[in-house]
Design a protein around this ligand. Sequence first.
Ligand code: FMN
Length: 211
Amino acid sequence: MIGEPLWRIWMSVPLLCLFACCGSSYSSLVDTSYGDAGMGETILVVYGTRAGSTAEVADVVGRILAEGGVRVDVKPVGSVKNLDGYSAVVIGTAIRAGKVKSDVLNFVKNCASELRRMPVAVFVVCMTMKDDTPENRKTVGAYLDPVREWIDPVEVGLFAGKMDYARLGFFARFAVQHVVKVPEGDVRNWSLIEDWSRNLRARLVTKNGGS
Ligand SMILES: Cc1cc2nc3c(=O)[nH]c(=O)nc-3n(C[C@H](O)[C@H](O)[C@H](O)COP(=O)(O)O)c2cc1C
């Protein structure tokens, strides 16, 4: 089990924080759309990832949202410059060293005034949620405090993620393997993610149904 204290110890060591921020060799970005243009509202699912697992979660969130009869764009955060044409936004972020990804936080800051005018949901993908306990929910919920300074999400999803050493750079891999000793594994709960997405529709779709 990955104890939260272990993450905290790790985070308290600056060198390891540096390891956490540097060195990820894997990049697999999902940039796709679901539903037809002209279906009315368009929802943006925007995400920040380092090792790809959050991109795959964002893809599922987008697909399920679109089943409600809306158009959904799923995009990496770096490719979104403004929110023109979107009626709602879902923001997904991986967690590293106890923080949301900096590109995601920058996106929130830069687009805060637009985001405050529409429904916004946020989801987090991290290994602490492998054990879905009230304590871990509190810890992971607090990772979003910097985001909440800018926006007030209508829904928040806290999801377990994936640890795949092959997707990490040398330093990050060394840190998780030998310092924090996080075992490999894909602990994403797809039915939980799908249910969350299905329930989210009604919170995001304001005009044209969204069953
Ligand atoms: C260097 C590094 C640091 C991490 N720090 C944390 C952390 O502080 N808390 C946590 O719950 N998970 C942490 N994780 C686990 C990731 O959040 C998890 O593997 C997630 O699925 C990664 O998302 P991504 O594949 O989209 O990058 C860390 C993973 C790595 C590789």
